[in-house]
Design a protein around this ligand. Structure first.
Ligand SMILES: [Zn+2]
Ligand SMILES: [Zn+2]
Length: 346
């Protein structure tokens, strides 16, 4: 296949990172990328919108590549194979997620923590991602997807779902434990479904009536404001909202020995903690950094077993900037997903 060279596609690029209200992205014609050795060229069917895309667009996460195309929750079809790829075929449905490359040789990789690899690369940050008609992915970092789940429902599982799952693992929730979720957007509503299926009691602590309603519909025991106290002490909590002010709030809500994991890649500053009320009794504060491929595969398998379903809000690909603006303004609950029109290319 002669992918690339002469064909073009529509893709969003971050022109000048800045507030999303000022439209820092532009929708441009670009060459279709060519898959390098070991890579797949993927025709993007849908791409989930992640808060990280907003951080990259606004400059909270400085772009690693000028004019990068964001997007790292791609459900697509293999359109061409780079040299050396033998385990995929053209037409296979694959997922493209955040983690794109690790060196496989550093101390972290060798001990099973490839999420900490200092030589890692990320989709839609270091390399062009899925806010486009085509993207590429190293075959070793692509995910095989369950057959009986729709493209739109799968997309949010690929970052929101996987990261939420790693955050749940990092929160060390005991069996049938009490879990508090601070913020209840794309990641939290997927994480909640896994925790509930595994027997947890879930308390949602979030602003917005729609998000609180969604939490209760999914089976949460309570839904209150983010700064409110949960109705019982928590064994574990996960902070999904990128708001450092909530760290002491959540730490106070923990029972003795409780763990707070912070799911976000970006967090506003954490205020001063009071040792006696917010850390003593062996409470722990943990961060969550990316995920391993093992986390991803394990989560996708659990998502099928537990019938985890994303609540989605669909936008045409051409409306990606609007989707990011709506995400920032909290204008929808669940997860936004961009959908490419019927593909004429190929
Ligand atoms: Zn490494
Ligand atoms: Zn993400």
């Amino acid at each position: 296949m002669t992918a690339g060279s002469s064909r073009t596609m529509q893709a969003w690029v971050v022109c000048q990172p800045g507030p999303i209200e000022t439209s820092p992205l532009s929708y441009q014609e670009k060459p279709v990328p060519s898959p390098a050795r070991g890579e797949l060229l993927v025709r993007v069917l849908t791409c989930g919108v992640c808060r990280t895309d907003l951080h990259v667009s606004e400059g909270d996460l400085p772009v690693h590549r000028e004019h990068v195309t964001p997007g790292h929750q791609v459900v697509g079809a293999v359109a061409a194979l780079g040299d050396g790829v033998t385990d995929y075929a053209v037409g296979d449905r694959v997922g493209v997620a955040w983690l794109r490359h690790t060196d496989g040789t550093c101390a972290y990789c060798r001990r099973g923590n490839e999420n900490l690899c200092p030589n890692s690369l990320y989709t839609g940050w270091d390399v062009d991602g899925g806010y486009a008609e085509y993207t590429t992915v190293p075959a070793a970092f692509a995910y095989r997807l369950p057959a009986d789940v729709a493209d739109v429902e799968l997309a949010p599982l690929l970052c929101a779902g996987i990261i939420g799952y790693r955050a749940l693992l990092r929160a060390s929730l005991p069996e049938h434990g009490r879990l508090g979720l601070y913020g209840f957007g794309d990641s939290a509503h997927l994480c909640a479904q896994v925790a509930l299926a595994q027997g947890a009691t879930v308390h949602a602590l979030t602003r917005g009536e729609a998000a609180q309603r969604l939490a209760l519909e999914l089976g949460a025991t309570s839904a209150r404001g983010a700064y409110d106290s949960p109705p019982e002490p928590l064994d574990s909590a996960i902070l999904f909202a990128p708001v450092g002010d909530l760290v002491p709030v959540a730490m106070r809500a923990l029972d003795r020995g409780g763990v707070l994991s912070v799911a976000g890649i970006h967090l506003t500053d954490i205020p001063r903690l009071n040792y006696e009320h917010e850390l003593f009794y062996e409470k722990e504060l943990r961060s969550v950094t990316s995920n391993t491929r093992h986390d991803g595969r394990e989560f996708l398998a659990l998502a099928v077993r537990y019938h985890v379903r994303a609540t989605t809000h669909v936008y045409p690909m051409s409306q990606a900037q609007q989707a990011l603006q709506d995400l920032k303004a909290g204008r929808f609950d669940g997860a936004a997903v961009l959908v490419n029109d019927q593909h004429t290319a190929q």
